[in-house]
Write a protein that binds this ligand. Structure first.
Ligand code: SAM
Length: 291
């Protein structure tokens, strides 16, 4: 009886589901190898082996820092939309510090929230069966006291706070990662214009984490996925798509965060525009069939 209760808890609680359903169903040799990485591995190796808490932030922040480094950019900013009590935001700050140490790229963190929890749901597209007005309030003072210097918290409805924030984003510290955890369709519609700035305010590919696409009731006609579809429809040169081949690139393939990871493609970014894109000339492709 006790055993079946423990097993039930283990499988329903998110943390244990990750261990039992995602991790222990992976090949044994990889789990054994990851024990060595946990003890002796570098930070990028730990991210590769999903050994860092909140892989859904660890991977894209590292990706962004590495992309910035390749472009000679020394500072980036990463954003969390939907902060609540700030567990995700503080974790993001810790991962930013670890990524900074591993790559040398400086990372600022900005969180956005109403400060008073969820606004009212507009209609069925906001998934009212899962979220409602007043859910996820914030203890602003407690969170403010815990924020490290690299982090800013911007309070207010995102529709009102994003335009002013975007004006402050400088091309020498572009946006490198966006986490969208505002739950509703309507709030996501108001969040995605953060991707409407000047091309140089972004890295050419900005990972976008969509937290709320996994419930059974989610589909392309409601919630965050509908907001993304409308964003793509309305913008010829900015597109949000599932992160390319991410599952096949990961060592551990059962992790759910992989299915929530998207990328915003800034097609008008100077590095993706023929007149300004610079890359080394490619040499002949080797061809062993030539005589
Ligand atoms: C699920 S919580 C975020 C949890 C947090 N990311 C974490 O990891 O702990 C969703 C948050 O989105 C915020 N939110 C929803 N709609 C918003 C809007 N239009 N503007 C600003 N914040 C919003 C709510 O206040 C709520 O705190």
């Amino acid at each position: 009886m006790l055993q079946s209760y423990a097993l039930r808890r283990a499988l329903t609680d998110g943390k244990y589901r990750k261990i039992f359903v995602e991790r222990l169903t992976e090949p044994l040799h990889l789990n054994i190898l990851s024990a060595g990485v946990a003890l002796f591995g570098s930070y990028p190796a730990k991210v590769a082996f999903d050994l860092v808490v909140r892989q859904q932030y660890a991977y894209p922040i590292l990706f962004a820092a590495q992309s910035a480094k390749k472009l000679g950019i020394q500072r980036i900013v990463v954003l969390e939309f939907g902060v609540a009590t700030g567990a995700g935001l503080l974790n993001m700050c810790e991962l930013a510090a670890r990524t900074e140490a591993a790559t040398g790229v400086l990372i600022d963190v900005v969180g956005f929230d109403t400060g008073s929890g969820m606004p009212p749901a507009v209609d069925h597209r906001d998934l009212p069966e899962y979220f409602q007005e007043g859910d996820y309030p914030m203890d602003f003072e407690a969170l403010r006291r815990s924020l490290p210097p690299r982090c800013r918290l911007i309070i207010g409805d995102v529709a009102e706070t994003i335009p002013g924030y975007l004006e402050s984003v400088r091309p020498d510290a572009p946006i490198g990662f966006v986490s969208v955890d505002v739950d509703y369709y309507s709030s996501t519609v108001r969040t995605l214009p953060v991707l409407d700035g000047e091309p140089e305010q972004y890295l050419p590919i900005v990972p976008v984490y969509l937290d709320d696409v996994g419930m059974d009731g989610c589909n392309p006609w409601n919630g965050e996925l509908l907001a993304v579809a409308e964003f793509n429809e309305a913008r010829p040169l900015r597109k949000i798509a599932p992160f390319n081949l991410l599952r096949s690139k990961r060592i551990f393939k059962n992790a759910q965060w992989i299915d929530r990871m998207y990328a915003a493609h800034i097609h008008d970014h100077p590095t993706r525009t023929p007149a300004t894109a610079k890359r080394a000339q490619r040499a002949y492709i080797s061809n062993e069939y030539l005589r």
